[in-house]
Design a protein around this ligand. Structure first.
Ligand code: AHR
Length: 523
């Protein structure tokens, strides 16, 4: 009998859902704002790949899909909501084989070329420099142009910059005017090649560094109005693996740079590929095993950044050079039936959570990571938007970027917490993650990610430094870890408001399993 009672009590204890005991305490200290969370960490990447540009952005002026000068109106309206700070274009691997002159002038005169970086498909070159700049202006963003170092020349790149930026009436500025744009374009960022250790030309670090200096010296913004604070920032190719040889070579050279050349950033590429290359995780119809493995692999970003930052600190203790994570995100197996070279994947609440984890990591590295670009904006990899002809949907990742808009250029506020852990299938993960920030109006913002696939977490948050008087919260969650939005059901994963109590400057709320919650705190 006593034995039976013992087992009954044990069974009752073991069946108590973990959340009954789960309460996590956060402490926010608004009196100690840290570095600015640069808006440019919310950048996007739009490569000439699959249906990223063609169909995703560009449908042409004669399309029955509503458009403005060939650019989809639905896509523009959705992206405007994200306040996209910068868009990297035209690649990626494509950048090192792009010859810009083929993409300017009357559409009917542009030559067809082959996109040998992505599937050997015919490229009409209908979406070229002027179309990209028009798109950027329509969404209210800043161009981040990657120049061709692999198969181009310094002369070709110099002339492209002249075409885009010359304010004086040079021959190329006149050509730009003839193509409809007398005013110079503002190029905010210039990428000097892409993955030059691999698709960009399989170069050694030293060979790249020599080329980088030449391109930095001669590829100039020719608009005298854009100098000093407003200057175009030059981003050198950086690492794509955790070793530090490449970063060492670039930073060592930078430390000795002369008046003749300079760079303002080093790029870093790191994708979430939990099973290694080639990517094999499913982007739909997966279970909790895949979910936890993917999040675990995402959290490696933090170690990767630390390693590279240690090298950068050695050569640049004042942190003048930005670490620009200009390709990141989930890279899953291609959707069945799609062209594998088009990198088409679905986008689930799991991807939304991994986006928030990465953005939080970048925010915690805000003193060095001042730029990042998720790969990629539309129809490719971890996209914001999926389209199919006239059909269009916003992905869970889109909503993360929308919920994080208040963090753009806000000052990081330290948040102390013990995240706790949960274990599934031998994988142990922190239960929650959180960041906080103060925006320019003085308002406080708190983000909490609940990684736990099954259990809600009760949160208490003490706010010091200001008095929290009231708060509102929005949360993004979904019925299962693999919930997605589809053209038929586009609203399965959408943010909704959630309750938060405030008393004596202390917030209480419950964050749902597998969720992202953003709280705005009024003082
Ligand atoms: O984003 C897809 C590809 O991944 C990019 O073209 C390349 O830079 C990286 O390897």
């Amino acid at each position: 009998m006593r034995r039976k009672l013992f087992f009954a009590i044990m069974a009752a204890i073991l069946s108590v859902p973990a959340f009954a005991a789960d309460r996590i305490h956060l402490s926010l200290d608004a009196s100690k704002p840290g570095p600015k969370i640069d808006r440019n960490i919310f950048g996007q990447f739009a490569e000439n790949l699959g249906h990223g540009l063609y169909e995703g952005i560009w449908v042409g002026p004669d399309s029955s899909i509503p458009n403005t000068r060939g650019v989809r109106n639905d896509v523009v309206a959705a992206l405007r909501e994200l306040k996209v700070p910068n868009v990297r274009w035209p690649g990626g691997c494509f950048a090192d084989q792009y010859h810009w002159r083929k993409g300017i002038g009357p559409a009917e005169k542009r030559p067809a070329t082959v996109n040998s970086a992505w599937g050997d498909v015919i490229d009409t070159n209908a979406f070229g420099t002027d179309e990209f700049m028009d798109f950027i202006q329509q969404i209210g963003s800043t161009p981040y142009v990657s120049i061709n170092v692999g198969s181009g020349t310094p002369q070709e790149a110099t002339e492209w910059l002249e075409y885009m930026t010359a304010a004086a009436p040079t021959a190329l500025a006149k050509e730009r005017a003839a193509n409809g744009h007398p005013e110079p374009y503002k190029v905010g960022f210039l990428g000097i090649g892409n993955e030059s250790w691999d698709c960009g030309g399989a170069m050694t670090p030293d060979y790249y560094v020599s080329l980088m200096k030449v391109y930095s010296r001669f590829v100039l913004n020719m608009n005298p109005a854009e100098r000093g604070k407003d200057q175009m920032l030059k981003i050198a190719v950086g690492p794509g693996t955790p070793d530090t040889e490449w970063t060492e070579a670039v930073m060592k050279a930078w430390q000795r740079h002369t008046w003749a050349w300079d760079i303002n950033g080093v790029s870093l590429h790191w994708y979430t590929v939990p099973n290694g290359w080639p990517p094999s995780t499913a982007s739909e119809n997966f279970g909790v095993d895949d979910y936890v493995k993917t999040l675990k692999s995402t959290l490696f970003m933090d170690d990767f950044l630390r390693k590279q930052e240690a090298v950068m600190d050695k050569y640049d203790p004042e942190k003048k050079v930005t670490l620009s994570v200009d390709e990141w995100g989930a890279w899953h197996a291609p959707l069945s039936g799609s062209n594998p070279a088009f990198l088409v994947q679905q986008n689930s609440i799991r991807d939304a959570i991994l986006a928030s984890l990465n953005l939080n990591i970048f925010a915690r590295h805000a003193d060095r990571v001042r730029m990042a670009n998720i790969a990629q904006m539309i129809n490719v990899l971890q996209a914001m938007i999926l389209t199919d002809k006239e059909k269009f949907l916003l992905t869970p990742t889109y909503y993360v970027f929308k919920m994080y808009v208040p963090f753009q250029d806000a000052a990081a506020v330290p948040v102390a917490f013990d995240a706790g852990t949960f274990t599934h299938g031998g994988v142990t993960l922190p239960r929650v993650d959180a960041i906080a920030a103060k925006d320019s109006s003085g308002k406080l913002w708190l983000e909490i990610t609940n990684l736990d696939p099954a259990n809600p977490v009760a949160i208490d948050a003490d706010v010091t430094g200001v008095t929290a008087k009231s708060a509102k919260a929005e949360t993004l969650t979904a019925p299962t870890v693999d919930s997605i939005n589809t053209f038929e059901s586009p609203s399965t994963v959408e943010p909704k408001s959630t309750a938060v109590k405030v008393q004596d400057s202390k917030l209480s709320l419950t964050v749902e399993p597998r969720s992202i919650t953003v709280v705005s705190i009024e003082q």
